[in-house]
Design a protein around this ligand. Structure first.
Ligand code: ADP
Ligand code: MG
Length: 569
């Protein structure tokens, strides 16, 4: 506030800050620069936590996952044009994954941009953002900051959550207005994500479908994890007696060791089930669109719980759509199940759990191997024990083989402890997610990263060290993308397109910024290093030397690669 003559003034900078704080938004993920540098400084001065990144994409991934973890929009703040574009990938990612996030970007002079007269970092950011997010707004007048921010918050978190773009022209920040009028213009968003109660007839229809099931299955998705209706979800799984399959970020909603988990019998339950209740999961590519070979010949009936009505029948017919928020829907279903609910036929559940036990038994010895160089099973077997002993830790996971193996090998024990590549299977989320997870929850983070995946966000380990966050990064270093063994068929000097520097020491990067570095060549060494790192609570990086021959092309989704008719050389 400034005093001009008799009038007390405020400005755009401070109205943005006051509007965010009024709505309990106190953390900003940003990269400073024109025109938002001072905004970040003023935010910090006003008691907000302002975390500066080295690249906007990682600030954006941090904001997106903060939204997932807290049900409040994570805020990413960037400079104009190039900074905005760098953040845009994360905004689109947030929208695709149904995470609430606001990308707030500074922008150049409207009048010059619209006449295309070549301003500093000229770009029509609003138009470019629009197709990639749930809503996009621009604020032109200081007196509209309150309503503009309120609108952005509500758009991000209500209904199906998603990304919102908020355009903040440089000129807006410097605009002044009467301080009292400014304070009165702020808007506190009441009930930002109102409950959405399902229709009673939809609930009854769902119960009837479930009652008719001989081989029922429940699939939990990351929407169920987001909803934070953990007790109700556990109650419906247990009361129904139905085996359940968690999608990767829904792992731990019930502990993976739960007797009703069908995770290790995934192929069988997808093929053989006759009725599937989806809770906050989509029938997209990750579930083969609900049809085809992996779903078997058995005709299926689907019950689908989702907040987004358009999601129903998106891929296959839904016998019982239940539209509403997951907490309300699951509670209504629990109610309607009554006191005389019958468990599913025993021959079905016996078959599922027999298959699961057999698969677990088959896997067990491989997870205990102490091979040097390490394979995925030996290395992940060690990390699996560490997560079991530290169930509050958050696991961040990306890569190809590193992702696919870790998802099935590492059991999760509590809700929202596994963060990963999400709906797109995108590489580069690692350090952004690790930072936000540590900042938002205060819990230690273990980031298990393929060497290629780590490269997308590796510079952010400086950010991790700067804020002294309890993040232990483990780089699964097999010297390449998928594998480290490809050769250039021409015999030329360049290595093959999928190959990196041999025997790289990623741990030295962490040491460069004052963190702890470890090199681990066996599962025992890996276990010791990670335990020491996590006990220290300091930033650490473990270079885990993996056999370059251990991976497979594209991990488990090699089938998505097109095939050439011309033979490979
Ligand atoms: P997964 O990849 O784990 O299968 P998806 O991201 O595909 O999960 O699906 C999540 C679904 O959850 C989306 O369709 C989204 O609309 C829905 N969703 C998110 N939050 C809620 C909520 N609070 N209540 C109901 N549905 C929700
Ligand atoms: Mg690799």
């Amino acid at each position: 506030m400034a005093d001009s003559g008799n009038e007390v003034l405020t400005d755009g900078f401070h109205l943005v800050i006051d509007a965010l704080k009024l709505n309990d938004i106190n953390t900003i993920y940003n990269v400073p620069g024109i025109p938002i540098t001072d905004l970040g400084r003023f935010m910090q001065a006003e008691g907000m936590r302002v975390l500066s990144f080295r690249h906007e994409q990682h600030a954006g991934y941090a904001a997106a996952i903060a939204g997932f973890l807290t049900k409040k929009p994570g805020i990413c703040m960037t400079v104009s044009a190039p900074g905005f574009l760098n953040g845009l990938t994360a905004l689109a990612h947030a929208t695709t994954n149904c995470f609430p996030m606001i990308l707030m970007s500074g922008s150049s002079e409207r009048e010059i941009v619209d006449l295309q007269q070549g301003d500093y970092e000229e770009m029509d950011q609003l138009a470019i953002a629009k197709p990639l997010c749930k809503a996009a707004y621009r604020i032109l007048h200081a007196e509209d900051i309150g309503i503009g921010i309120a609108r952005a918050i509500r758009a991000a978190v209500s209904g199906r959550p998603g990304g919102v773009y908020l355009d903040v022209p440089a000129k807006l920040l410097g605009q002044t207005m009467n301080a009292e009028a400014g304070a009165n213009s702020l808007v506190k968003v009441i009930d930002a994500a109102p409950r959405q109660i399902p229709a009673p007839e939809a609930v009854k229809r769902a119960i009837d479908v479930l009652k008719g099931a001989k081989r029922p299955l429940i699939i939990l998705g990351k929407g169920a994890a987001y909803a934070q209706a953990d007790d109700a979800i556990r109650a419906i799984v247990e009361k129904s007696g139905i085996p359940y399959l968690p999608m990767s970020m829904a792992k731990g909603l019930l502990p993976d060791t739960h007797p009703q988990s069908a995770g290790p019998a995934r192929s069988l339950v997808l093929k053989e089930s006759d009725t599937v209740m989806m809770i906050g999961a989509r029938l997209n590519w990750l579930l083969s669109h609900g049809k085809g070979k992996s779903w078997g010949d058995q005709p299926k009936k689907f019950v689908h719980i989702d907040i987004e009505p358009k999601e129903m029948d998106s891929n296959v017919e839904i016998a019982a759509p239940v539209v509403g928020d997951i907490g309300s829907c699951v509670e209504a279903l629990l109610d309607a199940m009554g006191d005389d609910w019958k468990a599913p036929p025993k021959d079905w559940t016996d078959a599922v759990y027999a298959k699961k036990d057999a698969n677990i038994e088959r896997m067990a010895p491989r997870l205990q191997n102490n091979n040097v160089p390490m394979d995925y099973h030996g290395a992940l077997g060690a990390l699996r024990t560490i997560i079991a002993e530290r169930p509050d830790s958050i696991l961040v996971n990306e890569g190809a083989n590193t992702l696919d193996f870790a998802r099935s090998i590492i059991d999760m024990h509590k809700p929202r402890k596994r963060l990963d590549v999400g709906t797109w299977g995108v590489m580069g989320i690692g350090m952004g997610q690790a930072i936000a997870a540590a900042v938002e929850t205060g819990h230690p983070v273990l980031a298990v990263e393929g060497d290629s995946a780590f490269g997308f966000s590796g510079m952010e380990i400086e950010t991790i060290c700067r804020y002294n966050l309890p993040v232990c990064v483990v780089v699964f270093n097999n010297g390449g993308i998928y594998r480290g063994t490809d050769v250039n068929p021409t015999g030329g000097a360049d290595v093959a397109p999928t190959v990196f520097v041999k025997d790289a020491r990623y741990d030295k990067m962490m040491e460069a910024f004052g963190g702890l570095g470890f090199n681990a060549t066996s599962p025992d060494e890996l276990k010791r290093a990670v335990n020491e790192a996590m006990d220290s609570g300091k930033p650490a990086l473990v270079n885990a030397v993996i056999n370059p021959e251990a991976g497979t092309e594209s991990g488990r989704i090699g089938n998505l690669n097109p095939q050439s008719v011309v033979a490979k050389k």
